[in-house]
Ligand binder design. Structure first.
Ligand code: HAM
Length: 483
């Protein structure tokens, strides 16, 4: 039954259907099966070149445009997304985190109560609206508050602690769009509940650093401590005294913040205010013994884990819920040092503040668009993806129908597939199979339909073999098992 034919690995000028037939009718090869002499593997174009170039379409009049600060993720971008989502998923699971998915829409009060009403996110950036039922709702700007809500309402306090959760999903902030800043962005986030051991702070910082290492991006950690509810008030007073002297130079928002939430002054992005913070008192000098010890132990663990970090005494982060450790990750190289690749910290009072029992917690959120921007800036290719095991090609109407059935039989057998049921050129289909990196192509032409056979082409060696249609699935399975 099985006959072989050595043909070129790369379809030159197209493997036309008549070429497939002689393989079966070659009397010599029937008597003594031809030696399977593999031709050198056709050199595949590097992954980068295989990607079709994105077409920049002109703005079409009358067609609704994508909203400002939001974007479509097109097929040619997906390999980056698949690669980084897989890295996040594998890493989180390896470190004992379990996935949680929370709704994109939440009650507005969830974020106002957790992040703090004086924060930029809550004051200016939330996509909030009154829904048809009259509820005040918000597209989630971040993932920590929903995770805290879920921890409380699902009684996760009764599970063995710490409870380690992770999520990958979109967040929405009405910010001024710019490079690396969007109104819809994706975060890979982790949240750990129920343990205040500094080793957990170090573990999540290492995890964030490791995520970037896994995708090929070198990052550095900036770290600070915001102390606790006991030692922070004294620092707040020092800060107020410092900024009060400079009140005239502050932006209008900061003038208000000075009275209500002075720590936020350190987070202001206005040029004038940002310059003033350089001379501001540093919180590390006001930490009580417990908070100081906590920070020292986190740093020691980071030293042990060889995670590069720098103390940043003015780092406060954009939310009010943080206590003790806060950190951000920035790229080690390039001019992107101002763009945080991610950030997080401890929030030991938030669960209680949101109505739960006192529960220490910590976590991070990493910006996935920024991860991809870094990969591109540093010309880092995503993990190469395994091509399909089998490409199903067909020629002619009756062959197409049989090919449909074969495709489904192969899929049922767990074989990774690709195929095309609309093209009428075998050359084109083999080129596609080659581009996708298929190991075999199962070809069904009119002759194969008449003979009840399938022509199987080894895409690397170019050898072709005719097999019984009914035995095609098993034959391909065997080939794949044998490597
Ligand atoms: P965040 O620093 O606001 O923290 O956001 C985390 C990361 O998301 C940022 O460092 C950045 O990489 C990315 N990101 C934020 N906004 C944008 C944007 N507009 N466009 C693109 N990327 C953006 C949080 O959201 C906290 N919930 C993190 C956390 C978790 N803390 C404790 N647990």
């Amino acid at each position: 039954m099985a006959m072989t034919k050595k043909t070129s690995g790369k379809p030159k000028g197209g493997v036309k259907k008549p070429q497939a037939k002689p393989a079966k009718r070659d009397a010599a090869s029937k008597k003594a099966p031809a030696k399977k002499v593999a031709k050198p593997a056709p050199k595949k174009a590097p992954q980068k070149e295989q990607q079709p170039k994105p077409v920049v379409a002109p703005r079409v009049r009358g067609v609704p445009q994508v909203l400002r600060g939001m974007k479509d993720v097109l097929p040619q971008e997906q390999r980056y997304w698949r690669s980084i989502k897989m890295a996040a998923d594998e890493l989180a699971r390896a470190y004992g985190f379990e996935m949680i998915e929370t709704p994109i829409l939440e009650e507005t009060s969830l974020f106002a109560r957790s992040a703090g009403t004086q924060t930029d996110v809550v004051e200016k950036e939330m996509f909030s609206f009154i829904d048809k039922g009259g509820s005040n709702v918000t597209l989630r700007p971040e993932g920590t508050a929903p995770a805290v809500r879920a921890y409380i309402i699902h009684g996760m306090l009764n599970l063995p602690q710490p409870v380690k959760l992770y999520y990958i999903g979109p967040m929405f902030r009405h910010e001024r769009p710019q490079h690396g800043r969007y109104r819809q962005h994706y975060q890979f986030g982790v949240e750990v509940f129920g343990d205040d051991n500094p080793v957990l702070d170090a573990e999540i910082i290492m995890l964030a650093h490791l995520f970037y290492k896994e995708i090929g991006v070198k990052s550095v950690v900036r770290i600070n401590s915001l102390g606790c509810n006991d030692c922070r008030p004294a620092y707040r007073e020092q800060l107020v005294n410092y900024f009060r002297m400079k009140r005239a130079q502050l932006c209008e928002d900061c003038k208000r913040r000075l009275a209500k939430n002075p720590l936020r002054l350190l987070d202001c992005k206005e040029e004038g205010c940002a310059a003033l913070k350089e001379g501001a008192p540093q919180i590390v000098d006001s930490l009580d013994e417990k908070c100081k010890d906590h920070l020292m132990r986190v740093l020691e663990y980071l030293d042990d884990l060889q995670v590069p970090y720098a103390l940043d005494p003015h780092l406060v982060r954009g939310f009010d819920y943080y206590t003790r450790t806060v950190f951000e990750l920035v790229p080690e190289e390039g001019d992107g040092a101002q763009v945080a690749l991610g950030g997080g910290g401890r929030y030991d009072s938030l669960v209680e503040q949101m109505g739960g029992r006192p529960t220490p917690a910590c976590g991070f959120g990493l910006g996935l668009e920024r991860a991809i921007l870094q990969m591109k800036a540093q010309e880092i290719e995503p993990q190469p993806e395994k091509g399909p095991d089998v490409f199903v090609a067909q020629l002619g109407d009756s062959a197409r129908r049989k090919a449909f059935v074969l495709f489904e039989d192969l899929r049922g057998a767990g074989i990774k597939l690709a195929g095309n049921f609309t093209k009428n050129s075998l050359k084109g289909q083999l080129e596609t199979a080659n581009r996708l990196g298929a190991r075999y192509t199962a070809i069904l032409g009119q002759q194969e339909v008449l003979d009840e056979t399938v022509l199987i082409r080894d895409m690397e060696s170019g050898m072709q073999e005719i097999v019984d249609y009914k035995k095609a699935v098993n034959a391909l399975k065997k080939k794949l098992e044998n490597g």
